[in-house]
Design a protein around this ligand. Structure first.
Ligand code: PLP
Length: 402
């Protein structure tokens, strides 16, 4: 195995993101393959007993077991770290493995976490159910109100955990303010950047400490594999996260790492084109529904902040109809092109009713509190011709009397 210039940080840190996305992290075998090889191996062999002993002692470079390192996974980790502007990255089996690992590796009984109340259903479950089970206190707040972050801090607050934009309400968190506040109090920020990805938003530029991903979404971008990643400082990843990960094993499989690695080559192109399509469809739907939640449209309460933090608003937005679940389901059932699906970030356009799918596991009170109403629909806008998407949405809205 030969590392290419793509693994030399003195070179790659000077590359622009488009170059990092295609070349970052590449290693090549003796065959000199252009497309990165897929190393489906759980273990490694060694030339001598002394060599393996030196590797296990950390005195020699090289891999020992795929729960600790794998060449294909390592290539993906380096590429994500470069794009995110992070010192280090570790890939995880799924987005939820990434969130769980990022939180549990650094928290202990008696600690306190402040989290955004608007969040992906399973992220809320971690905060509401898993952490308290281990004696970790949690408080959920309206993450788009800066003063609520200040007010929630306690002497034992260890972590701020939030998404921006949030799923599925598209709440925007003021990254610079909240990360600055955390720094001032010695609190670690864990930002779930799944909606934007580094192609549209790099929270570390605003002072975020740890970025956790569902790479299942825009990073893969074609709806093929589950994957996740956690980015942070070398200290955080190597000293705090790695001991947890190497002993509990939420690792990403090499095949899935390879798929996401290839997905990253087109991430920026897809993220920008899908954002453009989403803005066009968003404008059309906005004229026909009572409530639109799209950070790229001036009607969004934090439009200016979103545009300050993000290069584009992304492919995902939500809207609310007055007729509740019945009208929302009528729209879904009238679609001809756009699929009914709860996935996001895919190159295909997908429409979902969060209250009866992604957020069905929460209590009606929790849904109400975070704004996931019965009339809410969330769309992921894909790479199809936007004219076809507009025609389909027009037909579906009309079928529901809109
Ligand atoms: C999908 C998603 C997750 C979970 O990721 P998986 O890869 O499905 O485990 C976490 N956070 C957000 C914001 C998501 O959209």
């Amino acid at each position: 195995m030969k590392k290419t210039t793509g693994t030399d940080r003195s070179i790659t840190r000077k590359w622009r993101p488009a170059t990092q996305a295609v070349r970052g992290g590449t290693w090549r075998s003796e065959h000199g393959e252009t497309s990165e090889a897929l190393f489906l191996t759980s273990g490694y062999t060694f030339h001598s007993a002394g060599e393996v002993a030196a590797r296990f002692a950390g005195e020699a470079e090289g891999m020992t077991y795929s729960r600790l390192q794998n060449p294909t996974v390592a290539m993906l980790e380096e590429r994500i770290a470069l794009l995110e502007g992070a010192e280090a990255c570790r890939a995880q089996a799924s987005g939820m493995a990434a969130m769980t690992t990022a939180l549990l590796c650094q928290l202990s009984a008696g600690d306190h976490v402040v989290a955004a109340r608007a969040a992906f259903g399973s992220c809320r479950w971690l905060v509401d159910n898993l952490l308290p089970k281990f004696g970790i206190e949690t408080t959920t707040i309206d993450s788009s109100v800066n003063a609520e972050w200040d007010a929630a801090i306690r002497p034992n607050t260890k972590v701020f955990f939030f998404e921006t934009p949030a799923n599925p309400t598209l709440d925007i968190v003021d990254l610079e303010y909240v990360c600055g506040l955390a720094r001032a109090h010695g609190i670690t920020t864990v930002v779930d950047n799944a909606f934007a990805t580094p192609a549209l938003q790099r929270p570390m530029e605003f002072g975020a400490d740890v970025i956790a991903y569902s790479a299942t979404k825009l990073m893969d971008g074609q709806g093929r594999v589950l994957a996740g990643a956690v980015c942070g400082s070398e200290h955080f990843i190597n000293e705090v996260l790695l001991p947890f990960q190497r002993n509990t094993g939420p690792n990403l499989a090499p095949f899935n790492a390879w798929v996401v690695h290839k997905g990253l080559e087109t991430l920026a192109l897809r993220a920008h084109k899908q954002s453009e399509n989403a803005l066009e469809i968003g404008k059309m739907i906005e004229a026909r529904v009572p409530l639109m939640l799209h950070p790229g449209l001036p009607s969004h309460p934090h439009h200016d902040l979103a545009m300050k933090q993000m290069d584009a608003a992304g492919p995902i937005f939500s809207f609310v109809v007055d007729g509740g679940r019945e009208q929302a389901h009528t729209i879904l059932d009238a679609l001809e092109l756009i699929d009914i699906s709860n996935n996001i970030g895919d190159a295909r356009s997908l429409l979902c009713h969060p209250a009866s799918t992604t957020h069905a596991g929460l209590t009606p009170e929790a849904r109400e509190e975070m704004g996931v109403t019965e009339g809410m629909l969330r769309i992921n806008v894909g790479l199809e011709d936007v004219a076809d998407l507009m025609e389909d949405m027009d037909r579906a809205l009309a079928a529901a009397g809109l």
